[in-house]
Ligand binder design. Structure first.
Ligand code: NAD
Ligand code: AKB
Length: 315
């Protein structure tokens, strides 16, 4: 079962899981209906804050693995902090509680670089370090990591997770995060040749390309637990670059592309996050290796988006 399956990650993780485990073996769920005509396979409406419904769906489908993606991201969470708390904390608790009750075999929980704070070393943020997040989203992600630990040690629920950097992808648009500029920049480059960026040119954040992000989730869920010392909240890294460096790399493919930098409140959020993260624990414990660097990712993104705009799949 995938929760929040219609979001940026679920849109690509769900089909990948279906390819790997069989169409009929993967249930997509979300609080909203899929767009009409989208070929989705098994789907149920599920609000993760509704424990009764979470239990009902897990029981009805005899769920054994859960990829719990439903969440309110950083920028949206600053607009609606109470909602972020409810979805990210109560939703996770419901998933863990029902997993304990129905003996779900494994749960995947994606945390984020947002769980770090300004007191964390900004370069190569370590796996185990000081963490004092300043956004509601970051607070819920850090509390979520701890809640996952609690269910693992107290009840033996096999919950595993990563701390994702900003995820760049070409299928679904991102859903209200601070790193959204890194995806939006591609769309505006391809369709308009100009982008107004909401963080400064110098802002550096860690990022990962979606194929690597999905592989990380699947590899971690499949690894033999005896290899894991951390089991949860693994730093996974792909690349780090400034907004200006991304602009320049895109311009190598679209020479007329220009960007204007007009930082808004999301600049303040970005400044509380590390510029790069150390993922050596993931590398050592389960063999994690990212395959995409900046130039490889930019080339692939532009090729995919150009095709989509040309075919009229995006407007
Ligand atoms: P998204 O915002 O694109 O998608 C979240 C989905 O959750 C949406 O489809 C939304 O409809 C659904 N949702 C919202 N409230 C819900 C509720 N009450 N019940 C059920 N579904 C609900 O997010 P995403 O980018 O796909 O992120 C997936 C997960 O990965 C999240 O937990 C996020 O914190 C984490 N993550 C994402 C990134 C990133 O850059 N995308 C980075 C780090 C961590
Ligand atoms: C956000 O910007 O909120 C997300 C994240 C890094 O968790 N993309």
């Amino acid at each position: 079962m995938v929760t929040g399956a219609l979001g940026q990650v679920g849109t690509e993780l769900t089909p990948r899981l279906r390819e790997r485990y069989g169409m009929e073996n993967v249930l997509a769920t979300d609080i909203r209906e899929p767009v009409e005509g989208a070929h989705l396979g098994l789907f149920e409406l599920l609000d993760v804050t509704d424990l009764h419904r979470v239990r009902e769906v897990i029981k009805e489908y005899d769920i054994d693995y859960i990829f719990h993606l439903a969440a309110i991201l950083s920028a949206a969470g600053e607009m609606r902090p109470q909602l972020a708390w409810r979805v990210n904390i109560e939703g996770l608790r419901n998933i863990l509680e029902a997993s304990r009750e129905f003996e779900v075999e494994r749960v995947f929980f994606p945390s984020s670089i947002a769980s770090f704070g300004p007191e964390t070393p900004r370069e190569m943020a370590p796996q185990d370090t000081i963490m004092r997040p300043k956004t509601m989203y970051g607070i819920t992600k850090l509390a979520g990591e701890l809640l996952c630990d609690y269910y693992y040690y107290k009840y033996g629920v096999d919950v595993r997770g990563v701390r994702y950097p900003g995820i760049i992808s070409s299928e679904a648009l991102p859903g209200g995060g601070t790193t959204d500029y890194a995806v939006e920049m591609f769309h505006y480059a391809v369709k308009e040749g100009h982008y107004v960026c909401f963080v400064s040119r110098e802002t550096v954040l860690p990022m990962i390309y979606m194929p690597d992000a999905i592989r990380a989730a699947i590899e971690l869920m499949e690894v033999d637990i005896s290899r894991l010392k951390h089991h949860n909240a693994f730093n996974v890294s792909g690349m780090s670059f400034s907004a200006g460096e991304l602009e320049e790399e895109i311009r190598r493919h679209i020479p007329h592309f220009t960007v204007e930098y007009r930082p808004d409140f999301r600049q303040g959020i970005a400044e509380t996050w590390p510029r790069s993260i150390d993922d050596s624990a993931a590398r050592e414990e389960w063999g994690w290796r990212p395959l995409y660097n900046l130039s490889f990712m930019v080339e692939d993104m532009i090729m995919k988006l150009k095709k989509k705009y040309e075919k009229g799949l995006l407007s």
